[in-house]
Design a protein around this ligand. Structure first.
Ligand SMILES: [Zn+2]
Length: 92
């Protein structure tokens, strides 16, 4: 049974690299795992494109869901409306 050359050295194959791309973006991998993926990406243009697209998508999602980007005026209005709702619902 023959295997791809990358497997002979314990390096991740294309499928494993792509599966771990998101985890790598979230710093969920060990330094060894990241190193193995980096080594694979140096020699595999197909995975490089795939991981770059994933990383770009990941950055966009992170920026979109970042609560720190809400302007202070919006935070004030939300807090005020919550306070008002709580006061209106309080028993007399
Ligand atoms: Zn690959």
């Amino acid at each position: 049974m023959t295997r791809p050359p990358a497997d002979l050295h314990g390096a991740p194959d294309c499928e494993a690299v792509r599966a771990q791309a998101f985890a790598a973006c979230d710093d969920e991998l060990t330094a060894d795992e990241v190193g193995a993926i980096d080594a694979h990406l140096l020699n595999c243009e197909s995975c490089r494109d795939h991981v770059f697209a994933d990383a770009t998508f990941h950055r966009i999602i992170r920026a979109a869901v970042s609560l720190d980007d809400a302007p202070q005026s919006l935070r004030d209005r939300i807090l005020l409306s919550l306070t008002t709702l709580t006061t209106e619902n309080a028993p007399a």
